[in-house]
Write a protein that binds this ligand. Sequence first.
Ligand code: GDP
Ligand code: MN
Length: 341
Amino acid sequence: IPAHPEFDPPPKWATGGVGGAANATRANATFVMLARNSDVNGAVQSIRSIEDRFNREYGYPYVFLNEEPWTDEFKKRISVLTKAPIEFGVIPHDWWFQPDWIDEERATQGRKKMEEQGIIYAGSVSYRNMCRFNSGFFFKHEMLLKYRWYWRIEPDVMFHCTLNFDPFVYMEKQKKTYAFTIALYEWAATIPTLWDTVKNFIKENPTYVAANNAMGFLSENNGHDFNMCHFWSNFEIADMDFWRGEIYTKFFEYLDKTGGFYYEASCSRWGDAPVHSIAASIFLPKDKIHFFNEIGYEHPPNQHCPKDDEIWKKGMCGCDQGKTHDYGPYSCQHQWDRIFQ
Ligand code: GDP
Ligand code: MN
């Protein structure tokens, strides 16, 4: 065990907690990564980073998901990076591929229209599959059912600070539901059909709206318009019981039935980032959502690097504080701060 005087609590290796042995200070949690076999280099880099900065000391398990069978190469190169348990799962067909009831003509038209406007991933069907899967299905996968908490990780991300605490346990102890590190605007203005659909859902289900919610993060005029602020969902630590619960289940089914995941723009409109963000901000009290300032995180082209020198030093962060996204031009950190003033 590398000596590290700032570790608190002491490394779990020392207490035999690896792999979820009974230990009151561990959470029922897992990492989850959706990836393709071709993402192997990026996946290796991300796992090395999270192991280095956190999990080497905690041994939380990993679940990898893919709509195709994993190659031996992928499994081999990942498995050697950690002592924690790893599962490699395949996604059931109907949770990934475009449903039969989607009008392909209309979906093709939608993709064309977005492509003409130069919107990122506009022409990609697989990207839409991914957005829909991440919005409504990953937490139902049999390999995830035994866990309550997850930390989403993507290929090619970096963790810039050593964590001197367990974020899963923090979430549980502080009674949080959803946590983020980067909140940002989507500028590209297209017809806000997602928001109209959300408003209709709320009208039909007014009792689902939480008291003291974070609507002020999503809207400048009390819900009339969506300001395009969302949590960047390539990083998420959250409670899957929220996604599995009645409110979110009904919400996702309502959105899905409109076909919007296939007819409308790419993920920034009808994707897991706005869908998760909107659900968390409307159906939860705002104090259930947490900003993890201590978790330095980079998914190019954006990064969160703690501005606070104490936090930066304690975490041995090393990232460029001047490059942090927090209060840059595309950030929604102001909108986040505003609702707590
Ligand atoms: P971006 O961050 O919005 O640019 O999108 P990414 O390309 O990073 O995709 C988001 C996540 O979904 C990453 O974890 C990818 O590895 C994963 N992903 C994207 N498309 C596919 C796909 O077609 N199949 C699989 N299995 N994973 C995908
Ligand atoms: Mn990504």
